[in-house]
Design a protein around this ligand. Sequence first.
Ligand SMILES: Nc1ncnc2c1ncn2[C@@H]1O[C@H](COP(=O)(O)OP(=O)(O)O)[C@@H](O)[C@H]1O
Ligand SMILES: [Mg+2]
Length: 481
Amino acid sequence: MSASITTKSTSTQDASSLSLIAAHSHISGLGLDDNLQPKESYQGMVGQLQARKAMGVILKMIQAGKIAGRAVLLAGPPSTGKTALAMGLSQNLGAEVPFTAITGSEIFSLELSKTESLTQAFRKSIGVRIKEETEMIEGEVVEIQIDRSITGGHKQGKLTIKTTDMETIYELGNKMIEGLTKEKVLAGDVISIDKASGKITKLGKSFTRARDYDAMGPETKFVQCPEGELQKRKEVVHTVSLHEIDVINSRQQGFLALFSGDTGEIRQEVRDQINTKVAEWKEEGKAEIVPGVLFIDEVHMLDIECFSFINRALEDEFSPIVIMATNRGITRTRGANYKSPHGLPMDLLDRSIIVHTTSYSGDEIRTILSIRANEEEVDLTGDALALLTKIGQETSLRYASNLIAVSQQIAAKKRNTSVELQDIKRAYMLFLDSDRSVQYLEENSSQYIDDSGNVTFGQQVADSEPKLEDKPVEDDKMETD
Ligand SMILES: Nc1ncnc2c1ncn2[C@@H]1O[C@H](COP(=O)(O)OP(=O)(O)O)[C@@H](O)[C@H]1O
Ligand SMILES: [Mg+2]
């Protein structure tokens, strides 16, 4: 199989990463100037200057290819922009550099083992830029002639195609006829055909035929009829991730598996073969490795086995840069019985660059909330924004941010176009923030199921308490013994 490793695919975006992004749609970069200094408010980023400056240095190092195999830890209280910083960095890196975002708890899925999930996440974050020479036929279609047999079975045909210098007739098989029909290719179109894959691309309509069409939409693109030879060699570059190469080569339905995300476990032999092949391509100058970014949010959800896996993976020949985020202080690492800073084992902490995020000032919160309102196309009155800012200061930025959409619904019900003070108040009363929720739970604890499965209905006395058979799932269920 190693001789025929395929790398052709279209890039896909995981649905699971979308929800991570929605709350950060206002962010288009780290908001740095040309000297990598953070501007107060730029590219959707506000304040948090120290951390942004630090991320700017990391950006520079990634671009210079100097940081692969290392880790960055973003540490700070909830809602201080840790995820936002990672998103900003990814935007600055551009689409060419692979960026994968996962949440610590995602690793513990039912279908894949922890190490398989992590391996896939690592390999999604390593790009392979492949240079290939392909033969193309490029020209203006003179005539397409298709003979349909009466039985409807085999189709045959001829394609006459020309450049300004030559004209050739090609015999058409079934597959090409289908391709031409699907692309709705007509005489007068300028097309290119990839000889290896048979892929047909319509480049536009030929200028020479412009006067033949008088009822043309404005979207019609006119191009010159190509010059010179019909067949040309072209260098094409495409970037795929190691994971995509794994998937395509591990199953017959590889392409489909990529789209459905149903990839299952990938055998180690497949990965070994691919690694060898990619290393060969690299030697021969056919491919370049593009180390990307793997972002692991809520990294304290991982256990000791995952951490040692990450440690090892960082030393691998192909390794992305790993950015982790946590809001934990000194705490116990899952699966271990010692405490450590941020719940990370010391050896991993040792190779990490730590970036701290700090709480926002009132002004910064107001600016961020008004950017969010703008992004969600919600019009807030001055009073409403002031109250929302106060809520943001007293609860959290994320909670205040969530109230924007809710209060807009409340305003819309009254057919108001802008959100007023009253609407924010209503939204605040309707939806509890975590502090008030805790308070509520404490006041009404008797109505909930407790740790040992006990539940009280109404004012019943302890004796007649019904017991639930099943113990509720414990918080630590993901731990390994
Ligand atoms: N400095 C910032 N500039 C702009 N928006 C921010 C900033 N910090 C946080 N946000 C926004 O506030 C919300 C909460 O921040 P988030 O990055 O999720 O916090 P954390 O990951 O630290 O818990 C998100 O919608 C985020 O985009
Ligand atoms: Mg976060």
